[in-house]
Design a protein around this ligand. Structure first.
Ligand code: NDP
Length: 333
């Protein structure tokens, strides 16, 4: 079994010293267990936080342990009545090529609803994050303006499409021309702003949002968010989903204080984690699946090949190399 372990806790941007590749022999599976061959591994920005030894909403990774996270695999041996060889399952088995799972550790995937990989994004964590964060906190109404940072990523691209379903005007902020074209041409966003080439994000926002900003779905924090905060309307809502611009900073980020803006605009800013909605995941996944089948929602994947390329794929999230969900294909079904 090939595994990628946390060799060293990173300072700033992780690098080759952060990860180690190791091989482990596997024991025979026990009664009630299944042996899974990994097909796809998810790489996600939140994993950066778990590499630090600090208290958070998920446990930090332990040094020399396998990097955990959502994966998809195929059952290749079964000592469980609930699973057969050939079943496709998803669970939190992380960055390794094989995994012996208890039958309650994984969930079977129904390949008739959507391609199996959708369970690692649209029908899984990132889709549910978009679904609940936007609707429960953002509450977009018809005709309102919704601005999204990190708009061309897994969460952002879904948020924008749901906002369109709700009848909002949607403006996405992302880091390349290719991403802006994707947002406007493929996802029907009304406007896109390339923050890497913009000379004045505030001015560009003003132009893209002539009626101001009613909902700001924040995936990135930092300067981009400071600029959006200047354009809020009265009673604006700001779901704070992520702050990827600061995940690799060695010191706490500081910036303009937003309290005055929130007061003047009677705006609501609320952080959240998708886990807050765990008792409603089935409802969310069913609705997302229905919109997908009706053609009202779509998704994009950036798929890298090869187990050995997982760490670089992870780092590419911070270099903006992905459009939509970044996945690594580890083996064939
Ligand atoms: P994405 O697919 O959006 O990938 C990350 C993207 O972030 C990159 O493609 C890049 O796009 C952008 N980015 C990277 N560095 C910066 C930077 N310094 N400034 C601005 N943008 C940057 O990842 P996800 O969709 O999985 O996650 C999006 C956000 O949502 C993350 O912050 C993540 O932590 C958060 N999240 C929160 C959850 C929750 O429960 N609260 C659950 C899941 C995700 P670009 O080219 O545009 O720079």
């Amino acid at each position: 079994n090939n595994q990628i372990i946390l060799a060293e806790r990173p300072q700033g941007m992780p690098d080759s010293r952060t990860f180690d590749f190791v091989q482990k022999d596997m024991d025979d599976i026990k009664d009630g267990q299944i042996l899974i061959k990994t097909l796809y591994v998810s790489v996600d920005p939140y994993m950066r936080g778990r590499m630090e030894n600090v208290e958070s909403y998920v446990e930090p990774f332990k040094l020399n342990d396998v990097i955990g996270g959502a994966s998809i695999g195929e059952v290749i041996e079964s000592k469980s009545d609930q699973f057969e060889i050939g079943d496709v399952v998803t669970g939190d088995f992380g960055w390794q090529t094989f995994y012996a799972a208890g039958e309650n550790e994984v969930r079977q995937i129904d390949p008739s609803i959507a391609p199996v990989t959708a369970n690692l994004h649209l029908l899984g964590m990132t889709g549910l994050t978009a679904y609940f964060g936007l609707q429960d906190i953002g509450k977009p109404k018809e005709g309102e303006t919704v601005v999204i940072s990190g708009a061309a990523g897994a969460v952002g691209s879904t948020v924008g499409q749901i906002a369109k379903i709700k009848g909002a005007r949607v403006v996405g902020i992302a880091g390349s021309e290719e991403k802006i074209s994707f947002l406007k041409d493929e996802l029907n966003f009304d406007e896109g702003i390339n923050y890497k080439t913009s000379n004045d994000i505030k001015a560009d926002l003003k132009k893209a949002c002539p009626d101001g900003v009613d909902v700001y779905f924040d995936n990135v924090g930092g300067d981009i968010s400071d600029a959006v905060m200047t354009q809020l309307n009265k009673y604006a809502r700001i779901p704070v989903c992520g702050a990827i611009s600061s995940y690799n900073m060695e010191e706490q980020d500081t910036g303009p204080r937003v309290q005055q803006t929130l007061i003047k605009k009677s705006a609501l800013m609320q952080g959240f984690i998708v886990g807050n909605y765990s008792d409603r995941f089935t409802e969310g996944a069913e609705q997302l699946g229905q919109w997908l089948q009706e053609g009202r929602l779509t998704y994009q994947e950036t798929i890298r090949e090869g187990f050995e390329n997982i760490p670089e794929a992870f780092l590419d999230l911070f270099r903006g190399k992905n459009i939509g969900k970044l996945l690594v294909k580890v083996s064939e079904r």
